[in-house]
Design a protein around this ligand. Sequence first.
Ligand code: OXD
Ligand code: MN
Length: 601
Amino acid sequence: MKNIAPAISPPAGIGDSKPGNQAVLDWVHEVELLAKPENVFWCDGSEREHDCLLQEAMRQNVLIKLNEKKVPRSYLHRSNPNDVARVEQFTFICTPTKAEAGPTNNWSDPAETYTKLQGMLTGAMSGRTLFVVPYIMGPPDSPLTKVGFEITDSIYVVLSMRIMTRMGAIAVKRLGNDPAAEWNRGVHSLLDVDPARRLICHFPQDNAIISVGSGYGGNVLLSKKCFALRIGSYLARKQGWMAEHMLILGVESPEGKKHYVAAAFPSACGKTNFAMLIPPKHFAGWKVTTVGDDIAWMQIRDGRLFAVNPENGYFGVVPGTNCKSNPNAMKSIEHDSLYTNVALTDDGDVWWEGKDGPPPKHAVDWRGNDWTPDSKEKAAHPNSRFTAPVRNNPVLDPDFEKGEGLPISAIIFGGRRSNTMPLVFQSFDWEHGVYLGATMASETTAAATGAVGQVRRDPMAMLPFCGYNIGDYFRHWLAIGKRLTNPPLIFNVNWFRKGESGKFLWPGFGDNMRVLKWIIDRSEGSNGALKSPIGWLPGLHDLDLAELEIDHKCVDELLEIDHEDWKKELAEHKKFFDSLGGVVPKELISQCEQLAARFAK
Ligand code: OXD
Ligand code: MN
């Protein structure tokens, strides 16, 4: 069989930065004995190393260099067509008991799973290079920051980790030489990229991850979903902090007053767009800055929640990104970026459905086939991705690296719902807010394999990412609320409500600033709201809709609470809680009853 990741022979002085920590050395040695690579490459994150890996990735056709004038220092990667999204059905939480993983996770026995994976990894790296990638998650001087090491046989993974994390010597230094220090062990092997031998396994008690058989980012950049969310959420509960699938943004008023907001939306629901929002003209002087677009780690200090973005790059969905939907993302991917599964134009540029301008007359699609505008196939895969450094973002928050984190004034939950959910509403209090998060739902997207467009409950957008029992996760949220003397207010938004004609009622994108402004005003106690059975809703005059061409009828529809729809919604909440088999805390059951009672009044 063809070796899909042939070993590389780096020049002297590259790939030999062994750390001093004996626990790391022992672990790498153990994996080496099992996977039998040709050689071991110790990454240090230097420029020399980067150049060497890029050259090798091009030589192996893992990366295609793009037109240097059009997209400087950027590359295209094509994944195996059977490997284009996260695979929730092959993702496992391996805790000693099934109850610890809970009703929403696939569970498998840790000892049996280790044995099975050891079998799969035996000799798996023969003829390949075993790369050791040290990285930190979080700003260099933050108490929240954690160290991880990823072993991989994929050069694409190494180059992507270099963008997505602070990688190399910085992590080795932070870990130090104490063999008992806390760090995450991640092992990844492409094997033969066969879906039948694809497994993403988490061992929370061991702070360890093993991922085999895939090369897709969400399955193999172990820092991200696997460590920062699944293992992270487990550690967070144990250690009293929060690891959430949330963007973090800053909003500054013309007077210089600044708030930070964290928002949990399921995959591919516009987190990156919201985090990079450009306010409409009417909001001249208002500034929105990005702290993070996917993950928030939050700790309590002085009774408030403070958040950091543990990542150092963006791994975003490409199709639909353009100068109208997200000009800041377009700037972020203009250079020094990796593209995965987009189309390649004849002049070495990248193209995707929804990019500005007319489609190219000819391109090579994401599978490597000729493509023209008449082709039936899409040029870019719907879940094609960019990997870009945060530093490329023109609106990166100046305090992005602040170690203590940034104080969160509001938490927003949201999903993709064609009906039922109004544009925005505010919870009555923290406990009610936890209920909003716990019962959140969204229409599924291409970010994970499976049917697209079906409404599924996705509590706090963590359904695929909570590394332990979801009931205990809800309990953790409730317990955090008790420790907060100055908690963020909690809101729910829905940019995706449709009218009878099937068209979106709300323009979205930059105009989401209008909703954000109401949220900020509410956090300052300075704007009105109407009490409804589901929470506080803005009155018609509480939302600043100036200079927006929108029918009053649309606004009414956007804020409408249809009692028939809500009867069904409430039944779905109950059904969802019932499906969790008794793990839901009594406080949330009571919230469900209170909601029913408010509607019955
Ligand atoms: C992502 C996801 O890639 O949530 O961020 O799937
Ligand atoms: Mn995500």
